[in-house]
Design a protein around this ligand. Structure first.
Ligand code: ZN
Length: 79
């Protein structure tokens, strides 16, 4: 899964709209108040441009999936 695939494959479950609005947000993690800088969890918000229904993706997971995909490609490359 990558951002382009998310965008291309989007279909709103509410109104069947196919035009997402994508934005990225960093949210301070709860309980990290003792550090000088908060630990941020990053999320991707994919909103339907017609009705506003929003799906949320944890970017840590999305990026890990992309990393695994890259490793697979590297292993399959000819030696
Ligand atoms: Zn919609």
């Amino acid at each position: 899964m990558n951002l382009e695939a998310l965008k291309d494959g989007f279909q709103c479950p509410k109104c069947k709209g196919k035009h997402p609005v994508i934005s990225e947000h960093a949210v301070p993690r709860a309980g990290a108040g003792k550090l000088p800088l908060p630990i941020l969890d990053r999320y991707l918000f994919v909103s339907c441009s017609l009705c506003g229904f929003t799906e949320t993706y944890n970017l840590k997971v999305v990026e890990r999936v992309e990393e695994l995909a890259r490793q697979t490609v590297a292993q399959e490359a000819p030696r």
